[in-house]
Write a protein that binds this ligand. Structure first.
Ligand code: B12
Ligand code: SF4
Ligand code: SF4
Length: 352
């Protein structure tokens, strides 16, 4: 085994010890086409109000534009495979549905901690094995890096028709993280596609957010509407949102490759918190700012703030058909935030 191979094997073993279930290697410039797709997507306005997708689109479209010294990309996946069916609360309209990815600890922190520990290990190993001083940068979600195409190039899965990375072993339930490095590491083979003629994820989408396979209009996606979008939720999507109050799992949950994903592979940090697995809308609607911050400390939901969560809960309450929720909606009718007040009025009208 040459030095590069043995370093790669050491990195893979260490990644596994740190809780990553997938690890692959690609050249830093291996996702060229994705940059062009990103530009088309932005030009079509499919990113909606996510101005941050546009702001650094040049760097986002290629790791070399972000960091010219990058030579290799290491793609890492951490499993959050749920132990129960994420769609099971669909017929319990007085409860809120929180996306499986957000019921446990904030993945940004957990994945980043693992990436940083792996980066330290690589610096030490590379120095000892080759005498080279390695430079590394770690990314998870928020930086201008296209994590899915890079991960596909590194062979840890393929981009399914729902656009997310699907793994043969872990289905659609992987968080992704990327390490860019100045080290030249032998690339792995890219993953082949295994969607075939299946269209389950496209067919199940409650808001018809897909323009076709691999093409999402984020403005129609419930994940965007409930997490990223700050204004009133457009009327045309309110009914379809049902009781989803943070994110949406439908296209992921529909994927037949999930049958190979086991909850045992999931990082323990992502186990659902009891109070977030099936929260009562009435309880959430009673949260003031301080109670919101306390309840969602360490959770990714904290980022959207109390008002946006209340807005989402009001839409869900309006969809519930449960007149008992009217007394929980009422205090919000004159909320200082006009978006919350409008959602409360809409919810009351639905229940009337
Ligand atoms: C912006 C964003 C969103 C937006 C837009 C979604 C999207 N698909 O772009 C919104 C808010 C809607 C969103 C929602 C979700 N997100 Co998000 N999101 C991102 C983010 C920050 C950027 C993604 C991006 O670059 N989009 C731009 C588009 C143009 O790129 P693309 O999706 O890869 O699109 C490709 C196709 O259009 C393609 N294409 C066109 N034709 C063809 C043909 C073929 C054959 C192929 C292969 C490709 C292809 O070219 C593009 C480039 O590859 C990434 C983190 C990151 N930094 O990468 C997380 C990320 C993609 N999100 C993630 C998650 C978990 C979600 C949700 C599941 C959360 C939830 N449960 O609510 C949903 C899933 C919705 C969905 N079906 O995509 C994970 C996905 C993990 C995985 N296994 O893939 C990521 C990687 C975060 C992370 N670090 O783990 N997200
Ligand atoms: S997350 Fe939900 S709304 Fe968004 S594309 Fe998937 S199924 Fe559609
Ligand atoms: S549901 Fe079907 S089409 Fe969608 S990602 Fe999974 S295998 Fe591919």
């Amino acid at each position: 085994m040459d030095r590069s191979q043995s370093l790669k094997e050491a990195i893979r073993s260490q990644a596994e010890r740190l809780g990553f279930v997938a690890c692959g290697f690609a050249r830093a410039d291996s996702a060229g086409e994705a940059g062009l797709d990103l530009k088309r997507w932005l030009a079509a306005g499919h990113h909606g109000t996510m101005g941050w997708m546009e702001e650094r689109s040049e760097e986002r479209s290629s790791p070399l534009a972000l960091w010219p010294d990058a030579r290799s990309a290491i793609a890492l996946g951490m499993s959050y495979a749920p132990s129960t069916d994420p769609l099971s609360l669909a017929d319990q309209p007085s409860l809120g549905r929180i996306s499986a990815y957000a019921q446990g600890s904030d993945y940004h922190k957990t994945v980043k901690k693992g990436l940083k520990a792996l980066a330290r290990f690589i610096v030490e190993r590379a120095g000892a094995a080759t005498g080279e001083s390695a430079e590394l940068k770690v990314f998870v979600d928020t930086a201008p890096v296209m994590e899915k195409p890079l991960s596909a190039a590194a062979g840890i899965g393929w981009q399914g028709k729902h656009t997310n990375l699907v793994s043969r072993e872990h289905g659609s339930w992987l968080f992704l993280g990327i390490i860019l490095t100045s080290l030249e590491l032998e690339p792995d083979a890219p993953a082949s596609h295994h969607c075939g003629s299946c269209t389950r994820c496209l067919d199940i989408c409650p808001t018809q957010a897909f323009d076709g396979a691999h093409r999402i209009d984020a403005r129609r996606c419930i994940s965007y509407l409930t997490i990223e979008h700050s204004g009133p939720i457009p009327n045309e999507f309110r009914r379809a949102i049902g009781n989803r109050i943070y994110g949406c799992d439908d296209c992921l949950a529909a994927c037949p490759w999930n049958r190979f994903a086991t909850a045992a592979a999931a990082n323990k940090a992502f186990l659902p918190r009891a109070e977030l697995a099936a929260p009562r809308l009435g309880d959430l609607l009673a949260l003031d700012d301080a109670a919101f911050r306390e309840m969602f400390a360490g959770s990714p939901i904290k980022r959207i703030g109390r008002n946006r969560l209340i807005r989402n809960c009001l839409i869900a309450a309006g969809n519930s058909g449960d007149p008992g929720l009217a007394r929980d909606i009422e205090p919000h009718l004159a909320d200082a935030d006009p978006v919350v007040a409008e959602a409360a009025n809409w919810a009351m009208e639905q229940l009337a």
